[in-house]
Design a protein around this ligand. Structure first.
Ligand SMILES: Cc1cc2nc3c(=O)[nH]c(=O)nc-3n(C[C@H](O)[C@H](O)[C@H](O)COP(=O)(O)OP(=O)(O)OC[C@H]3O[C@@H](n4cnc5c(N)ncnc54)[C@H](O)[C@@H]3O)c2cc1C
Length: 505
């Protein structure tokens, strides 16, 4: 993944089959699917890949136990199928995770036991393992810090887990290998129309401020919670299509929640589920669901949300946490589909939402990371129809994401050139300096935030340490990007300010 090479492709006088706007899970999945079908595809992402919601998930590859409770069997079955594909196609970026639901009455044991057996049955051949009913003793063995007061037992079930932004970047790399052009820091700024149909996307390389016009047969808008701006760029009389609801996560040390099992609290005070999930030797707690007015690239947690999570976790665990124990707080925004307006709804009765505007703009939003592949398939099916492209079959259900051998070879090359890069960035973490170089050379990392937030996940794991290590990261990056001391200083200042928001005062 070389950004200059990718940019070069924009200067040619190509007529693209598909332009995808947005480099989160949905857009990247769409670019990969479209390139595999042989369509001439370009994806532009206004910030870094997965800067939006796609790096801020709870890190679950799941069917959505919550939807089962709502009786939405079709949706759960679809997501479980996608869970199976993802675990199979990206085994190095995903893992099977055991979850324990602690239960406090025989009724709960029966209710959740039966429900989670059905959950497993719905996954059919793609089952990750049998749901089991646990005694109180067994539950305690799985969750050593569980509060045993009134505990009756637990239910063990299997789901998947992953590293969201790593997966995003590897989907981008795979799409490029399959022929797509994929660029970060390139923002869509407008559309050109001929006879009221979109015929080009105007965009700007945010880093050089150079402008490009991408002639195209069809455009897919995959900008998540930023969807409204693109829809209104197409037609400024359109009402908002989505409204944001935020979910926060608190990251704590594993000593507060020891073991390798995750916990699912099936009913919080507001009737949602809450997870405690081991991740990169820490534990992610979340999430919340709070409608908000403003969208932002760096949404802020509300005090009530922080207290809500701490209160619920402390109700279930014996090692009580306080605000001082939070290593990082990160926030993601859900695009809730508000109204259909007068755009025709092309598909869909599922969780995701796809519309086609009179000018031919395809907008796809909602869904979840787990179902990104299916969303992409729907987007490309519609794009082929609207753009009058040759009808080609979707093959992503059986396409491997990433290339582990190639990655290993590249790391060997980096270390051969400078063996000192094998050094860890900090004694408490396994991340190495070579990973910084790798991200610059092969993953389009352009600044400290790209490294510490989305290539090495330190900002999400330990925000204070991330600030401490920023100068070292800047110095290594500067060498490989040929930047000067002024660049380093500016990068450190802006990252320090951003990372401050991940630390609870
Ligand atoms: C709190 C929370 C927890 C979640 N947990 C899970 C989970 O555990 N498992 C799961 O499966 N799903 C989960 N989800 C859902 C999942 O994260 C989302 O469905 C998914 O990340 C959405 O991806 P997206 O590509 O549609 O949007 P985004 O990731 O937001 O991507 C949109 C992109 O568009 C870009 N963009 C915006 N405007 C422009 C422009 N003008 N030009 C170019 N680019 C632009 C943005 O920079 C952004 O990168 C969670 C969601 C939330 C909110």
């Amino acid at each position: 993944m070389n950004r200059s090479e990718q940019l070069q492709a924009l200067t040619t006088d190509t007529i693209w089959d598909i332009v995808v706007i947005g480099g989160g899970a949905t857009g990247l999945g769409t670019a990969l699917d479209a390139s595999l079908r042989g369509y001439k595809t370009v994806l532009i992402e206004g910030h870094d890949f997965a800067k939006g919601t796609s790096s801020r998930s709870t890190k679950l590859v799941h069917g959505g136990v919550r939807y089962l409770e709502q009786g939405n069997i079709k949706l759960v079955r679809e997501a479980l199928r996608e869970r199976g594909y993802l675990l199979k196609n990206a085994p190095h970026l995903t893992s099977v995770q055991t979850f324990i639901v602690p239960v406090f009455s025989w009724w709960e044991k029966m209710f959740y036991g039966i429900g989670l057996k059905i959950y497993d049955l719905l996954s059919g051949k793609l089952s990750l393992g049998n749901t089991q009913i646990l005694s109180k003793k067994e539950t305690l063995a799985h969750l050593p810090s569980i509060n045993t007061n009134k505990l009756v037992g637990g239910i063990l079930y299997y789901d998947g887990q992953f590293d969201d932004s790593h997966l995003a970047i590897e989907i981008a790399a795979t799409a490029i290998k399959k022929g797509a052009t994929v660029i970060n820091y390139c923002r869509a700024t407008g559309f050109t129309k001929t006879n009221d149909k979109i015929t080009a996307v105007e965009c700007i390389d945010v880093l050089s401020e150079k402008k490009y016009s991408l002639k195209t047969k069809v455009v897919v808008n995959a900008t998540g919670v930023f969807t409204n701006a693109i829809v209104q760029m197409d037609d400024d009389s359109q009402d908002d299509l989505v409204s944001p609801s935020q979910g926060i996560h608190l990251v704590i040390d594993a000593q507060f929640f020891p073991g390798t099992d995750a916990m699912m609290i099936p009913k919080t005070d507001d009737g949602r589920v809450l997870f405690a999930v081991p991740w990169h030797d820490k534990v992610v707690l979340g999430t919340t669901d709070t409608p908000i007015e403003e969208i932002s690239f760096e949404p802020k947690p509300l005090e009530d949300e922080i207290e809500f999570i701490i209160k619920h976790i402390n109700r279930y665990c014996t090692k009580l946490i306080t605000r001082a124990d939070i290593n990082s707080v990160y926030v993601g925004l859900r695009p809730l589909v508000k109204q259909k307006t007068h755009i025709s709804s092309a598909l869909i009765s599922r969780e995701h939402h796809l519309t086609v505007s009179p000018s031919g703009l395809i907008t796809i939003t909602g869904g979840k990371w787990t179902t990104y592949r299916k969303m992409a398939a729907d987007a490309v099916d519609n794009a082929a129809f609207i753009g009058k492209l040759n009808k080609e079959k979707c093959i992503t259900a059986h396409t491997q994401i990433g290339d582990e051998q190639e990655k290993e070879n590249r790391f060997q090359k980096i270390l051969k050139e400078d063996v000192s890069l094998a050094e860890k960035i900090h004694t408490n973490y396994s991340f190495t300096k070579a990973q910084i170089v790798y991200a610059v050379q092969y993953e389009m990392a352009m600044g400290i935030e790209d490294i510490l937030a989305r290539r090495i996940r330190l900002l999400f794991l330990d925000a204070k340490l991330a600030i401490t290590l920023a100068p070292m990261v800047a110095s290594i990056m500067a060498t490989y990007l040929q930047k000067d001391k002024n660049w380093e200083a500016a990068e450190i200042a802006s990252f320090t300010q951003l990372a401050g928001q991940y630390i609870l005062q």
